[in-house]
Design a binder for this molecule. Structure first.
Ligand code: ATP
Length: 360
């Protein structure tokens, strides 16, 4: 997302949406580039569907503006906007064949062009022979691909996907993630997808818009969102995270319990301020600790949970009486170091992996 520049395709400015007394969206501003795949991510009720529907004109905003491809669309009805939409529930017409479903948005074309375009689309989604079937004769994943073909048929400037994968089983979901993303790249169609599934967002998005209680918490690439979460909410919502309370004890130093921890960058809190330090379980190092290195703390393994690909340890440390850390150790590390509950060992919290927030 850029500020208003030439690549920007969609701009949402100061959007607000009220339902009676309730404000579902507040101060929503964002800008999406041509060809970008942007995901609105957040917990149930955070407003992501409301925002998508406002962009489509299905739920008109109470305030603010939306500009698409240089055209102010804020007050246009959906039919006059340029988008295709796919819903969680497929929403195919059950009494129409696949051909007729896909052709639905192509009524302006003559018969031969329509037939050709439907053929192209069915080929594109990998279901070239399903045109004569009815939706009920297809699996959920196949129906959702037809819904995608129907949305793409008129070559819309904007593709809107409202939780398109949530109704599908896990295997189909993972397969379709990749298919949708490849198709989107090939067509270079600017796309917004709504999901509450963080893994889906991290694997599919160019940029993620993390929302909570009707506001945007952070906009960034998946890596930025994961590595540098802008708030405790984002840190908690995306991935697993440890939080430990402490006080600022220097520009790049915090004190947790009896331990001083260095962070790589100045954290910006005045000396003595209450802070929360965050670190991801997989960032806690147990091997190759630099001799005399910073941020090495003694830990006692309270519990060790086998999770297949790795083990999640619960560690008691000197970071505070109640502060237990979750740490993910590889199976090799657990075996080579013979890690077991009750053992004590030094672990390292690498300074470049610590994020410091105001006290929660
Ligand atoms: P979910 O994943 O559960 O769909 P969401 O983030 O998409 O959640 P929205 O559907 O956008 O959330 O709803 C945001 C808030 O607005 C919710 O508190 C919801 O109850 C409220 N809301 C949505 N539509 C209406 C409506 N038509 N009338 C009143 N309140 C509404």
């Amino acid at each position: 997302m850029t500020s208003d520049n030439s690549a920007s395709y969609l701009q949402v400015r100061d959007l607000e949406k009220r339902f009676g007394e309730f404000t579902a969206l507040r101060d929503i501003s964002l800008s999406i580039d041509k060809g970008e795949f942007v995901v609105f991510l957040g917990p149930s009720g955070c407003g992501k569907t409301t925002l998508l529907r406002a962009i489509a004109g299905l739920d008109r905003q109470s305030k603010g503006s939306i500009v698409q491809a240089g055209r102010e669309i804020s007050n246009l009805p959906p039919a006059q906007r340029d988008f295709g939409i796919v819903f969680q529930s497929y929403a195919l017409f059950p009494n129409l064949t696949v051909d007729s479903n896909v052709a639905y948005g192509l009524r302006g074309l003559d018969r031969a062009s329509r037939k050709k375009r439907v053929g192209e689309l069915l080929h594109l989604i990998g279901l070239p022979d399903s045109g004569a079937k009815f939706p009920a004769q297809l699996s959920g994943g196949q129906q959702q691909r037809i819904a995608l073909a129907r949305a793409l048929a008129p070559s819309p400037g904007l593709l809107l996907l409202d939780e398109p994968l949530s109704a599908l089983d896990a295997r189909v979901r993972i397969h379709l993630r990749r298919e949708i993303r490849e198709l989107q790249r090939r067509l270079n169609v600017t796309t917004i997808m709504v999901t509450h599934d963080q893994e889906e967002a991290l694997t599919m998005a160019d940029r993620i818009v993390v929302m909570n209680h009707g506001v945007i918490e952070q906009i960034g690439t998946p890596e930025e969102i994961y590595r540098r979460p802008a708030s405790v909410f984002v840190a908690n919502f995306v991935g697993a995270m440890n939080f430990v309370g402490g006080k600022s004890s220097g520009a790049e130093l915090v004190r947790c319990g009896s331990v001083d921890l260095a962070s790589n960058e100045p954290h910006g809190f005045r000396q003595g301020a209450d802070i929360t330090v965050a670190i991801r379980p997989e960032d806690i190092a147990v091997r190759n600790l630099p001799p005399g290195g910073s941020n090495i703390v003694e830990a006692r393994i309270v519990d060790l949970e086998f999770l297949g690909a790795f083990c999640r340890a619960t560690l008691a440390t000197g970071l505070g009486e109640t502060a237990e850390l979750k740490a993910d150790f590889s199976i090799n590390a657990v075996r080579d170091l013979n890690l077991q509950p009750g053992h004590s060992l030094p672990v390292r919290l690498p300074p470049d992996r610590l994020v410091v927030y105001p006290a929660a």
